[in-house]
Design a protein around this ligand. Structure first.
Ligand code: B12
Ligand code: SF4
Length: 448
């Protein structure tokens, strides 16, 4: 059987390649390959796509990140009043079409798999599937990923016009259901420990990649009120030998890879983290942790091991300066945890330009002063700040409370919950002017 797997375009007001790789789709493609199926993989967000770079050379910025090719597009009606440009990020339409023509000439595609990560990226998924349907009018299309999991009903309604099968859930189950509906034998997937057994090979990419993304664990043992991770995943981690073998495989085949990025939710919380860090130090690459790591877990020994392994970008989950907010949202960090973590990282010799704290903006319990205090605090510690505009996500305590207070409707279109535009319509804690002000304040603080 021939599967076509497609990572869709992003349609949004902003997007940047902070090492975005479609891990979910890569995992299911690896499983399919292991089962003996044929997979053709299109990543519309690959900035190094061979067809794309023939026309538009990607400019890599720090550590292999960079701007996506983009074109301005018309806004969907629901976003018409937002005074910002709306864009399609990823390879141009013509190029996608020429890829599909080539594939169609070469082989018969039996099923198409698409995955959407952020809930408010469903519009890009829709535009991608519209094109796929034109080329493959009768081929079964399956849609999975975080959007389908958190907005199953919305996805079913919205994608019925393209006759798409919605596949909610994480782990191996959604893929198993796809195969069952295609009348394939799935006995090999019974009791299959996919996270332990499956390597991310990156063999689906024919282009030269300068970075790859991995996960050493999925899920998180904390339960923060604004985060949906614990609802979607049971915390589990992969054995160190398997992670190391996976990296060896990639680096042998791809000597241009200079950066390895971990997308874990709770990288430092696994059993055996020190052994993992020691083992990672044998590779001549830089490592990055773009998701917030747990400051409380950073002591002198961990900081030194991170440094020795050559970790560069470190993002510490901080979120708020206010003790009551910290306590009320999950208690993953306190101000003294942050001070301690930063001291250890400094002593270990980290470049403080690579150490950031995530600070949330517009949490329901928050006011402008809290953001300003958090920024001042991080600045006084000598680290940088990433302002993260709050996104209410179904399945979280914050979302449910906002619905109870009628601040958002249960049927709100996920496009309206894009954190970039919430301040334009919501009456959450901060107005658009407040948000612009704290952004300006933060920029000014770090201008020197
Ligand atoms: C890595 C990550 C990031 C990365 C990159 C994300 C990306 N775009 O690829 C970075 C650090 C850049 C990031 C940024 C943000 N993120 Co983020 N991120 C994650 C994280 C930790 C992991 C995603 C992942 O790769 N998982 C691993 C893979 C293996 O899992 P998966 O994709 O779900 O795939 C599985 C299944 O879904 C299924 N599957 C997937 N596709 C398909 C297709 C088919 C056909 C089938 C059958 C099955 C299937 O199979 C896979 C294997 O089980 C998730 C939390 C989480 N644990 O999911 C949050 C998460 C997605 N992020 C979230 C948020 C809020 C953000 C930010 C908005 C934060 C902020 N306020 O600024 C920004 C947005 C930035 C932007 N606009 O790009 C929210 C979701 C928000 C939303 N509304 O959707 C999440 C859920 C975390 C949370 N807070 O609860 N993020
Ligand atoms: S610690 Fe991080 S990943 Fe874990 S529940 Fe809290 S926000 Fe989510």
């Amino acid at each position: 059987m021939n599967f076509l797997v497609v990572n869709p375009w992003i349609y949004d007001f902003a997007a940047y390649d902070f090492w975005l790789k479609p891990l979910g789709l890569l995992y299911i493609s690896e499983v399919l390959t292991n089962l003996g199926y044929n997979v053709t993989f299109i990543d519309l967000l690959n900035r190094h796509d061979k067809d794309l770079i023939a026309k538009y050379l990607p400019k890599d910025k720090k550590y292999g990140t960079g701007k996506f090719y983009n074109e301005s597009v018309e806004k969907p009606d629901i976003l018409k009043n937002i005074p910002r440009k709306f864009k399609r990020y990823g390879v141009p339409l013509k190029l996608f079409e020429s890829k599909l023509e080539r594939i169609k000439k070469k082989k018969k595609i039996d099923a198409i798999l698409v995955g959407i990560t952020l809930t408010y990226w469903y519009y890009g998924g829709e535009k991608t599937i519209e094109i796929l349907r034109n080329y493959f009018p009768t081929t079964p299309i399956f849609l999975g990923g975080i959007y389908s999991t958190l907005y199953t009903e919305h996805a079913e309604n919205n994608f019925s016009k393209f006759k798409v099968n919605i596949c909610p859930g994480t782990g191996i189950l959604p893929l198993k259901r796809v195969l069952e509906s295609l009348n394939e034998d799935t006995t090999k997937l019974n009791n299959f420990n996919w996270f332990e057994e499956i390597d991310l090979t990156y063999d689906f990419y024919t282009s030269d990649l300068t970075y790859v993304v991995l996960v050493s664990s999925v899920g998180c043992p904390f339960h923060c009120t604004y985060c949906v991770t614990p609802k979607m995943w049971k915390f589990q981690y992969r054995s160190i030998d398997k992670i190391i073998n996976n990296i060896e495989y990639i680096l042998e085949k791809r000597p241009y890879v200079k950066d390895i990025v971990f997308f874990d939710d709770a990288f430092l919380l696994r059993k055996g983290i020190k052994e993992l860090l020691k083992s990672l130090s044998k590779f001549n690459v830089r490592y990055h942790l773009p998701n917030g790591i747990h400051a409380r877990r950073v002591d002198d020994e961990i900081a030194l091991l991170l440094k020795k392994a050559n970790f560069k970008s470190i993002k510490l989950g901080f979120e708020s300066y206010d003790f009551n907010i910290q306590k009320g949202t999950g208690f993953k960090v306190t101000n003294s945890d942050l001070i301690e973590a930063v001291t250890c990282l400094k002593n270990a010799g980290f470049d403080m330009n690579d150490v950031y704290a995530y600070v949330l903006v517009n949490l329901p319990a928050q006011n402008k002063d809290d953001v300003v205090q958090a920024v001042d605090f991080c600045h006084s510690l000598g680290i940088r700040v990433n302002l993260n505009e709050f996104t209410p996500i179904p399945g979280t305590v914050e979302y449910e409370e906002l619905v109870k207070k009628n601040a958002i409707s249960l049927n709100a279109d996920p496009l309206l919950l894009n954190n970039t535009i919430i301040p334009y319509w919501s009456n959450f804690s901060l107005s658009i002017d407040d948000i612009e002000e704290v952004k300006r304040y933060t920029k000014g603080k770090y201008a020197d």
